[in-house]
Design a protein around this ligand. Structure first.
Ligand SMILES: [Zn+2]
Length: 135
């Protein structure tokens, strides 16, 4: 992948990160509003429903932020967009969906099959370093 593409993706990631952080701050403001509203003037289930919706969203943001952080780290280390298994380039299209993708599509499929068959530990439980040591 050429430097320009990496730079472009990095810019996208940085701006997405600030959007996510902005949403997060706005969400906090909404939370304060809800807390300051007198409880008896609002149907409790309404509050609970919005609280659950908000929690789901904030989980999603955390995951996305985490993916972006990982991707930015990889950009710094120069390993961004390189498959951890076969050293092939990961397609930009894939990186736009999963900026923290560790494998190219081929290796991802192999990895998923092996995880499903119990031949490879799940990457969510082990870091890639630990996975390498175990192999
Ligand atoms: Zn690969």
């Amino acid at each position: 992948m050429n430097i320009k593409t990496v730079q472009l993706l990095k810019n996208e990631l940085v701006s997405k990160k600030s959007t996510l952080l902005g949403l997060h701050l706005r969400n906090k403001a909404i939370e304060l509003d809800v807390e300051e509203t007198p409880k008896d003037s609002i149907d409790r289930s309404d509050i609970e429903e919005s609280w659950f919706a908000k929690e789901r969203l904030s989980q999603h943001w955390k995951v996305e932020l985490h993916q972006i952080e990982l991707a930015l780290q990889k950009i710094e280390q120069g390993s961004f967009g390189i498959c951890e298994d076969c050293d092939d380039e990961i397609p930009v299209k894939r990186l736009r969906v999963r900026p923290d993708a560790a494998y190219c599509l081929n290796c991802q499929e192999t990895a998923e099959r092996e995880i499903a068959q119990g031949q490879r530990p799940s990457p969510t439980k082990l870091s890639s370093r630990a996975t390498q040591i175990l192999q």
